[in-house]
Design a protein around this ligand. Structure first.
Ligand code: ADP
Ligand code: MG
Length: 849
C-alpha cells in the first residue's frame, strides 16, 4: 500500500494550512478517495490548527464514522478511542486524550445543548457535505452562528466530493474554496436495453455473473438500498453458475464492527461487496473495478399521512449515480452496470434535493427551541426550509405539549422529549409511558408505525385471511393492539416467513419492528425512563391507550353519530374512519394515520385509520391547556327557544355540550335569537314594508351624503338592531311579537332620524297640487306620476339636498307606464316630441304642450 502522503489531497496540504492559519473558514472540494476524510483531520492536528482543543469531524453515516476513525487511528499507530476516536448513537469510543473525533451530526447537536460554546472543540469539519442532510445543514448553521458570536477562534472546514461548493462558500461570507483535482480512469457505463420488472436483487446477481464471465479482473461493488435488499442479493448470489469462487460481503450500518471490517480487509478471493450508499462517497474500498447499481436508495421524506418522517425507496439522482460509477475508476479503467435504461436515466433528477426542503421538521424545530432559536423559519440557513413546514412542526409541538402556546418556549415535557433521539410523537408517547409503567408496550407501538406496514393489505373478498386475522382483533380499543398481537404471533413463530405469510403478516417488517423497538427501549433506558429488569407489571390497556393518545392527540376525532364512520376533527376538518378499524364504537378516538381521498362532494375526504379509543376525561387530565369551557347561549331549534349551554372545546372541536339550569343573560339571549333569525330559523312578520323602507332610506343617505355620517345597515348592523329589540327574550314567539322600529332608530345618532324626512321624505308635494309617494324599494328612489301633471314642473325634483334626482315613472292618464326619466327638462325637449302625437290623439280631451 502506498504511503498516505501519496494521496492527491497532500498536493494542496500547504494551501489548506495557510488558509486556516490566516482565516477560520474553508470549503474544500476533492473527489472521493483523494484523502479528505482520513488525511485532512490529521493535517489539522499536526499543524496545531485547533490549538489544544479537539478536532470534530461530522459524518452523516454511522458506519463511516466508525471505520474511518479506525483507519485514522491505525495510520497514526494508536489505539481506536485514544488519540483518535468516534462517537455515534449508542456507541462512544472516546477518551480524555481524544484529539480527533469522528461523530454523527446528532452527537454534535447534543453536545451543543450541553455546552452552547463547544468550549473544548477547536475545529469542526463537515465531511460529505454534498449529501445535504437535514442535520448537517442544522449543524452548519449553528456552528456558523457560534463562530460569529462566542467563538471567533473556532475553525470551520466544509468538505465535499462534488463541485457545488460556491453556495456554501457564499453562505460562509465568501470564504476561500480549495479544489483538488484527484485522478480517475474512464469507466464504461452499461444500461438495461429494456426495463426489467424482476426484483433488482436478482438482476444484480445476474450482472455480477456477467462480469465474472467476461473475466476482467477486479473487485465488484453492488449498491442496494438497505439491509433487506443486501441480504436478498447475497441469497441470489449463492445461486451463481460460475467457475470462479468469490467472497460475497455485505456492508451496512447494522452489522457488527468486525463484520463491517471484512469489506476493507484483503482477501485471497475476488470480493463482491454488497453495500448501501455508504460506499457511494463516505468510505473508499481499494481494488474496486466494477460497479453494479440498483439505482435506488432509502430517502428521508415527510409523510403527510402519518405526520412523521419516513424512509422511502426512491430512484437516486444522476449526480449520485455518477458518484457510484466513479467508484469503479479509482485505480484503473472499470465498468459500471446500471439496472435501469438510458431513457430512464434522463428522467431522473439531476441532483438530490437538500433534505431540509423535503423533510419533517418537528424534531429539528424542537432542538432549535432548546437552543433559544425561536424563529426557525427566518434563521440564517444555507437553504431555507418551507415556512409552512416550520409552522406545521411548531403546531405539532404545541399540540403535543412540548411548546407553550403562543410563547414558543419549551415546556418541561418538551425538555424531557429533547433527550430522546426520535420523532417528537414517539418521545411524547414514551414520556407518558414512563409515568404509566408501560414503556415496552409504547416502544413497540412506536416501532410498529415507524416502518413499512406490518399487515398485508387484504383484498375485499379474501374471507379466509380475514378469518385468520380476526384472532388478532381481540380488542375494540385500538388498532395498535391488533398490530401488537400480529407482531407477537410473528415473534412466537420465530418470524417464520411461511407462518407469517399465511396470516397476512410481513415477516421482514416484523423482524425490523423487533429491532427498532429494542433501539427505542435502549434510548429510554439511557434517559432513565425505564429499567429493563424492573419487572414492570402490565398496567392494563388503559395506560397504553393514554400513551397513544398523547402521541397523536392533534388527530383527535369525534364521531358525529354513534356507530357511524363520519367524524369531526379540529380546524373544521371532517373525516371518515376506515371500515377495517376495530374501533367501531367509541365516541372519541385518535387516528395515527390521516389520508386524503378523492370524494364526490366539494371537499376532499379525510380517511382515518390506525385508531385508538380515548376518553374526553383523559384529555382534561393530560392536555388541559387545549381545553376551554364556556357558557354559551345556543338556539334550541326543536323547542324554538334560547338555552344556556356549557360548551367544552378541544381547540375548536366541541367535545361536550350540556344545558345549564340558570338564568339567561338578557343581552346574550337577545343576540342568540337575532342570529338564529338571520340564519333563517324563523320568520319575523314585523320586519315590514315600513321598516324595510327606513333601512333603505338610511343606506341611501349614507351613500349620497357621506359627510353626514349616517351609519349603513349592513348585515351586522341589522343583527345588532334585532338583538337590541330581542333583549331579555328567549322564545321565538316573543321575538316575533317584539316591536322593532325603535331598536332600528337607535342605530342612528341623536337627531339623524328627524333629518330623514327632509333628506329622503316619504312623499313629495307636486306643483299640480297634492303630494306623491316616494318608493325606496329599488336602487334609486322612484315616484310614479301622470305625464300631463308634470308640465307644471320647472326643474327635475331631487332628494338629499339636491344631489339625488328622483326617477320619474311617467304614465299616461289611464295609468299605463310610458317612460322613465331622471331629467324632466331634457325629456320634454328630446323624448316627448316622439310620443306626443300618439298620446295627444288618444287623450284628445286634455291640453297637451
Ligand atoms: P475521501 O474522503 O477523499 O473520499 P478517504 O480519506 O476516505 O478519501 O480515503 C483515502 C484513501 O485512504 C482511500 O483511497 C483508501 O486507499 C484509503 N483508505 C481509507 N479508508 C480505508 C480503510 N478503512 N482501509 C483501507 N484503506 C483505506
Ligand atoms: Mg470521505
Amino acid at each position: 500500500m502506498p504511503a498516505p502522503t501519496a494521496l492527491p489531497i497532500w498536493k494542496i496540504h500547504a494551501d489548506i494550512l495557510r488558509t486556516l492559519q490566516g482565516g477560520n473558514r474553508l470549503v474544500l472540494v476533492a473527489p472521493t478517495g483523494s484523502g479528505k476524510t482520513t488525511q485532512v483531520p490529521q493535517m489539522l492536528l499536526d499543524a496545531g490548527v485547533a490549538g489544544d482543543k479537539m478536532i470534530v469531524v461530522l459524518q452523516p453515516r454511522r458506519v463511516a464514522a466508525r471505520t474511518v476513525a479506525a483507519r485514522v487511528a491505525s495510520e497514526r499507530g494508536g489505539k481506536l478511542g485514544a488519540e483518535v476516536g468516534y462517537q455515534i448513537r449508542f456507541d462512544d469510543h472516546t477518551s480524555v486524550g481524544t484529539r480527533i473525533c469522528f461523530v454523527t451530526e446528532g452527537i454534535l447537536l447534543r453536545w451543543l445543548q450541553d455546552d452552547r460554546a463547544l468550549s473544548n472543540i477547536g475545529a469542526v469539519v463537515f465531511d460529505e457535505f454534498h449529501e445535504r442532510n437535514l442535520l448537517s445543514d442544522v449543524a452548519l448553521a449553528l456552528v456558523k452562528d457560534l463562530q460569529q458570536s462566542l467563538r471567533p477562534d473556532l475553525v470551520m472546514l466544509v468538505m465535499s466530493a462534488t463541485l457545488d461548493a460556491e453556495p456554501v462558500a457564499a453562505y460562509l461570507n465568501q470564504c476561500p474554496i480549495l479544489v483538488s483535482e484527484g485522478q480517475s480512469f474512464p469507466v464504461e457505463v452499461g444500461y438495461l436495453p429494456v426495463p426489467d420488472q424482476r426484483p433488482f436483487t436478482v438482476q444484480a446477481a445476474e450482472a455480477v455473473e456477467r462480469i465474472l464471465y467476461e473475466g476482467e479482473p477486479g473487485d465488484i461493488l453492488v449498491f442496494m438500498p438497505g439491509r433487506g435488499e443486501i441480504n436478498g442479493t447475497l441469497d441470489a448470489l449463492r445461486g451463481l453458475r460460475t467457475q470462479e469462487r468469490v467472497a460475497c460481503i455485505p456492508l451496512h450500518g447494522e452489522l457488527e464492527p468486525q463484520e463491517q471490517d471484512r469489506a476493507f480487509a484483503p482477501n485471497s478471493l475476488r470480493k463482491v461487496i454488497v453495500a448501501t450508499n455508504v460506499a457511494e462517497t463516505s468510505i473508499t474500498i481499494d481494488g474496486i473495478r466494477h460497479v453494479v447499481d440498483s439505482g435506488v436508495a432509502r430517502v428521508a421524506r415527510y409523510d403527510a399521512e402519518r405526520g412523521i418522517g419516513t424512509l422511502l425507496l426512491e430512484p437516486i439522482s444522476r449526480a449520485s449515480a455518477d458518484q457510484r460509477k466513479g467508484r469503479a475508476g479509482r485505480t484503473a479503467p472499470g465498468t459500471c452496470h446500471r439496472l435501469w435504461t438510458s431513457i430512464g436515466h434522463q428522467t431522473r433528477e439531476e441532483r438530490n434535493t437538500p433534505e431540509i426542503q423535503r423533510s419533517d421538521l418537528a424534531e429539528v424545530v424542537l432542538l432549535l427551541h432548546s437552543l433559544g432559536i425561536q424563529e426557525a423559519a427566518t434563521f440564517d440557513w444555507l437553504d431555507k426550509p418551507d415556512p409552512q413546514a416550520v409552522l406545521r412542526a411548531e403546531k405539532l409541538l404545541t399540540m403535543l405539549g412540548a411548546l407553550h402556546e403562543g410563547r414558543a418556549e419549551l415546556t418541561p415535557v418538551g425538555r424531557q422529549m429533547l433527550r430522546l433521539p426520535m420523532h417528537p410523537r414517539y418521545s411524547r408517547m414514551l414520556i407518558e409511558a414512563s409515568q404509566r409503567g408501560c414503556v415496552p408496550e409504547a416502544a413497540l407501538c412506536a416501532a410498529l408505525v415507524s416502518g413499512r406496514d406490518l399487515l398485508v393489505r387484504l383484498d375485499r373478498d379474501d374471507a379466509q385471511m380475514k378469518g385468520l386475522r380476526e384472532m388478532f382483533e381481540d380488542s375494540g380499543d385500538s388498532d395498535f393492539i391488533t398490530l401488537m398481537r400480529a407482531y407477537e404471533f410473528a415473534k412466537d413463530n420465530g418470524f417464520s416467513f411461511e407462518r407469517c405469510r399465511s396470516h397476512g403478516i410481513n415477516a421482514q417488517v416484523a423482524r425490523q419492528v423487533e429491532q427498532t423497538c429494542q433501539q427505542i427501549l435502549h434510548a429510554a433506558q439511557q434517559q432513565r425512563l425505564y429499567e429493563r429488569d424492573s419487572g414492570t407489571t402490565a398496567k392494563g390497556d388503559e395506560a397504553l391507550l393514554r400513551c397513544l393518545m398523547a402521541g397523536f392527540v392533534d388527530q383527535l376525532a369525534k364521531r358525529r353519530v354513534p356507530g357511524k364512520p363520519e367524524c369531526d376533527l379540529t380546524e373544521q376538518r371532517q373525516g371518515q374512519l376506515v371500515r377495517e378499524s376495530v374501533v367501531q364504537e367509541a365516541a372519541f378516538f385518535v387516528a395515527a394515520n390521516l389520508r386524503e381521498a378523492p370524494s364526490r362532494g366539494p371537499n376532499p375526504l379525510t380517511l382515518l385509520s390506525l385508531a385508538t379509543a380515548v376518553q374526553p376525561s383523559w384529555i382534561a387530565e393530560m392536555f388541559p391547556q387545549h381545553l376551554s369551557t364556556t357558557v354559551e347561549h345556543l338556539f334550541d331549534a326543536q323547542n324554538k327557544r334560547v338555552a344556556a349551554m356549557k360548551v367544552v372545546r378541544y381547540r375548536d372541536l366541541v367535545i361536550e355540550q350540556k344545558a345549564q339550569q340558570r338564568d339567561l343573560d338578557p343581552i346574550a339571549s337577545g343576540r342568540c335569537l337575532a342570529e338564529a333569525q338571520r340564519a333563517g330559523a324563523f320568520d319575523l312578520p314585523l320586519m315590514d314594508h315600513r321598516l324595510k323602507q327606513f333601512i333603505a332610506r338610511v343606506d341611501l343617505v349614507h351613500a349620497t351624503l357621506p359627510e353626514l355620517e349616517f351609519p349603513r345597515f349592513d348585515a351586522e348592523a341589522v343583527t345588532a338592531c334585532l338583538a337590541r329589540a330581542f333583549k331579555g327574550l328567549s322564545l321565538v314567539k316573543e321575538a316575533q311579537a317584539a316591536p322593532l322600529m325603535a331598536a332600528f332608530h337607535q342605530h342612528l345618532a341623536q337627531g339623524q332620524v328627524s333629518w330623514l324626512d327632509e333628506l329622503v321624505p316619504l312623499s313629495i308635494s307636486w306643483p299640480a297640487g297634492g303630494s306623491l309617494k316616494v318608493s325606496y324599494a329599488n336602487e334609486s328612489p322612484e315616484v310614479q306620476v301622470k305625464l300631463h301633471e308634470c308640465f307644471a314642473l320647472t326643474e327635475h325634483p331631487t332628494l338629499c339636498e339636491g344631489r339625488l334626482p328622483v326617477t320619474l315613472i311617467l304614465c299616461t292618464p289611464d295609468g299605463k307606464k310610458l317612460a322613465t326619466t331622471k331629467d324632466w327638462p331634457a325629456f320634454v325637449t328630446r323624448e316627448w316630441p316622439k310620443h306626443r302625437q300618439a298620446v295627444a290623439k288618444k287623450f284628445s280631451g286634455l291640453l297637451w304642450r
